[in-house]
Design a protein around this ligand. Structure first.
Ligand SMILES: [Zn+2]
Ligand SMILES: [Zn+2]
Length: 807
């Protein structure tokens, strides 16, 4: 093409270094936090600063969130996009210990590396508000939150059966146990130990945590994970009477099946086991309870097909049938759920069925119909049989009637149950904020006065945990012994540190207020910027971080510290990227190191390539060879813009190109808004090719493209914007508008049939090829239901009119 000689080569390293320096110098990414016109808080999940540096998965998530923030800025909002470091926790501590360094020395180095990498990839971060959870100025307020919850009765201490990882030498939250193994030690079986632990009473909020999910705008996948974790079930507590008038309370979600209850199973830890066990069974029961202790809570929840258990020798009376049924203990029943006791209904519960088969216990059918055999039938659609006066009633009706009947004899109470349990927040480790409590023999646990916060983490040269279950902090004697703030007597500091998920449960509250040393979050700033406008992160945090943050926010709202109870009204989950079809992992040696790619191709190309891998909310497959296509595209834009910048204004493109421009603006606007970045990029590529085919661009046809491209390739866009003669940042420009009439003038309606029946209609550009129309039809919500996962055997296609999918 002519004119090439005059265009300087595209040198991303030079362009990117230049604009990163300009942004700092001009404070481009620092919104006025006190007087924003239209505040937009663009949050992404802050990273844990590992020694390996920024992971490509972080980069993928941050790029997607950054593009969205930049779009909002170009649409005229004041976007606050902060970044920080989740730097406390066992991950950091274990790594430091494994390489023989102290975490207090290692973490600042890691943070420096992350900061450099985050600047290099071109995020729109407001670095004035950077934070680290390990900074005493931050964890002072983490401890303050603990104190507020403690004073409100929401933090309490109790002896509890907890998951213990012998390698971590600390307790794990249930969420950190994966199929019975430690999430950090995939070959270490987690044990159960009984220890004094601090808990937050999150279960008191279970109903609200669940109910509020109906009014937040979140990805469906995240909502489902969180609803399931909270696990609400409605049912009744039934009373089975054991020898000596002992009342065994049994929770069931299916009171309609009580006539089929042929045995009782208690959790091995149930406090009545000792009293109920008869002489001849004592030895077997004791041995079984010892064996169960070695198992973790999560494997027990999931359960194994081969059930184990022991008969206690005692019987209890079924309140409905009046029969005496045997009392067993088995590890598939847990103390944490319900009452730690169940009535075994083997005909209609899978686990009870397996248990009854294993031990030859009677199986009595009490529901018929609603589902095909074989047993167990668990449908609520059937009709009751073998249920005395309730025979012939539906399960629903009969269940209600049975509860009423038993309640009138004080043998049942309607109840709601949650799978969620209280949050164990103490860790017997070093690298975390000390829990701000002083134990006094006279006063019990006393909160450290707020004026004495933070309780600084003392430096301990060798912070390795031992097997005692006591934190290494107990070894620092001068720190450990302290006067009681209440009575002045001798006291001892709490030596547990808090869970790293407490650090991250409130970081979004701190960002806008990092400069205030005397308050955790400034009331005015908080009213201006919170709740968070948009939150983007991974579904691996659906049940941990996102649940804990919601709980802490609710509690702080109730205590009068916040004006809202849902921190993240809008949340989108991004997908994951894999490498050449396989999950990235160090052991496979297929981890993508972002630095090397950015060095070779530049940050703009790398950002766009990550977003082009697939739909942002689904993820994609990283294949190194694909990156050249993006680089070529940016080079085309570079040449086109230089050529157009040299042309005098007033030479609009042909009507066809004008229409293409309006269509492109429409598509890129909609797709960027819905995070469909891959298709937005494809539309820009298509546009650039169309402009090139007409022989070159003009200012009118290329300048809007630079703005559309700016969220994706911010450095390149700044440079080209300047070449067009602008003195200010492209991010001061306005997102281009489009004329709906021009954009859609060429649209046609295509009828979608499935097996000859009209199922949907699509609006597409005239002349769209068969392949693309079929792809759209298969993505169409309505049509897709009728295809129902079946293979399309034949396609009938009439251009611009009709597509018939034969399945
Ligand atoms: Zn472990
Ligand atoms: Zn005292």
């Amino acid at each position: 093409m002519s004119g090439h000689q005059s265009v300087p080569p595209y040198d991303p390293q030079a362009v990117e270094a230049k604009w990163q320096a300009v942004w700092v110098e001009r404070h481009t990414n620092e919104p006025d936090l006190d007087h924003p016109r239209r505040p937009f808080y663009n949050l992404m999940m802050f990273p844990y600063p590992s020694a390996e540096g920024l992971h490509v998965g972080n980069m993928f998530a941050f790029t997607g969130a950054d593009i969205y923030g930049r779009l909002k800025r170009l649409q005229g909002l004041d976007v606050f996009e902060p970044m920080g470091f989740d730097a406390f926790g066992i991950h950091s501590e274990n790594y430091a210990l494994s390489v023989g360094t102290h975490p207090a020395r290692l973490i600042p180095q890691n943070i420096a590396t992350f900061r450099r990498q985050l600047r290099r990839f071109g995020g729109m971060f407001d670095w004035r508000h950077e934070l680290s959870t390990t900074d005493p100025a931050y964890y002072k307020w983490t401890q303050w939150i603990f104190v507020q919850l403690f004073k409100a009765g929401l933090a309490y201490r109790k002896q509890a059966a907890v998951n213990w990882c012998p390698a971590c030498k600390t307790v794990l939250a249930n969420e950190q146990v994966i199929n019975g193994y430690c999430e950090r030690h995939p070959d270490m079986r987690v044990e159960m130990r009984s220890l004094e632990q601090w808990f937050f009473a999150i279960t008191r909020y279970a109903d609200r945590l669940l109910g509020n999910l109906d009014r937040v705008d979140w990805s469906q996948s995240t909502l489902a994970l969180q609803r399931n974790w909270i696990g609400k079930s409605e049912g009744a507590e039934l009373v089975f009477t054991a020898p000596g008038g002992v009342q065994l309370k049994l929770f069931t979600t299916r009171p309609d099946t009580v006539f089929g209850g042929t045995f009782v199973v208690l959790a091995p830890e149930h406090p009545l086991v000792d009293a109920l066990t008869t002489g001849p069974q004592r030895a077997a029961v004791d041995a079984y309870r010892r064996a169960v202790q070695a198992k973790d809570v999560v494997s027990r929840r999931v359960g194994e097909k081969d059930k184990t258990g022991v008969f206690t020798g005692a019987f209890a009376r079924n309140p409905a049938t009046g029969e005496d049924v045997p009392i067993w203990i088995a590890d598939y029943v847990l103390m944490e759920y319900g009452t730690g006791a169940i009535g075994g209904v083997p005909a209609h519960d899978k686990r009870d069925f397996e248990f009854a088969r294993q031990f030859g216990l009677p199986i009595r059918e009490v529901v018929r119909g609603g589902t095909a055999e074989p047993l167990p039938s668990v449908s609520l659609e059937g009709v009751l049989v073998n249920s005395g006066p309730f025979d012939g009633q539906s399960c629903r009706e009969g269940g209600r009637a049975i509860v009423e009947w038993l309640a009138s004899r004080a043998l049942a109470t309607p109840r709601v149950q949650y799978r969620l349990h209280d949050w164990c927040i103490s860790r017997q480790r070093y690298w975390g904020p000390p829990i701000p409590i002083i134990h006094c023999d006279r006063c019990g646990p006393v909160a450290v006065p707020e004026a004495d916060l933070p309780v600084e983490l003392p430096f301990i040269e060798d912070p390795r945990p031992d097997d005692t279950g006591v934190s290494p902090l107990a070894r620092h004697r001068e720190w450990y012994f302290v006067k009681c703030p209440q009575c002045g007597g001798d006291g001892r500091r709490e030596t547990d540190v808090s869970d790293t998920f407490l650090d991250s449960s409130w970081y979004f509250l701190r960002y806008p207020s990092t400069e205030f040393a005397d308050r955790p979050f400034d009331p005015v700033r908080t009213r201006t910027w919170l709740p968070v406008t948009s939150y983007i992160g991974g579904n691996e945090h659906a049940v941990l971080h996102l649940l804990y943050s919601r709980f802490v926010t609710m509690a702080l709202q109730e205590l009068g510290h916040l004006h809202f109870d849902e921190p993240f009204p809008r949340l989108r989950a991004h997908g994951l990227i894999v490498k050449d079809g396989a999950k990235m992992s160090k052991s496979r040696g297929n981890v993508v190191i972002p630095d090397a790619y950015i060095q070779q191709w530049g940050a703009d190309t790398f950002r766009m390539y990550l977003m082009f891998l697939g739909p942002f909310q689904e993820g994609g497959d990283f294949r190194a060879e694909g990156i050249t296509g993006i680089r070529r595209f940016l080079e085309k834009v570079w040449v086109l813009a230089h050529e157009a910048a040299g042309l005098t204004p007033g030479s609009p493109g042909s009507p066809a190109i004008t229409q293409k421009l309006h269509q492109t603006i429409k598509k890129v606007t909609a797709d960027t808004e819905s995070l469909d970045y891959n298709t937005a990029i494809a539309a820009m590529m298509e546009y650039v090719n169309a402009v090139r085919e007409t022989g070159g661009g003009s200012r009118e046809t290329v300048e809007p493209l630079i703005v559309l491209l700016a969220p994706y390739a911010p450095h390149l866009a700044e440079e080209l914007w300047e070449r067009f003669g602008h003195q200010t940042s492209v991010f001061e420009a306005q997102w281009p508008g489009y004329d709906e009439k021009i954009a859609t003038a060429d649209d046609v309606t295509v009828v979608v049939q499935v097996n000859g029946k009209v199922r949907s209609r699509l609006t597409v550009h005239r002349g769209l090829p068969e392949r693309e129309v079929v792809a759209l039809a298969l993505r169409d919500e309505t049509a897709r239901k009728f295809v129902d996962g079946k293979t399309v055997r034949k396609v009938v296609f009439v251009p611009d009119r009709l597509v018939n999918l034969v399945v």
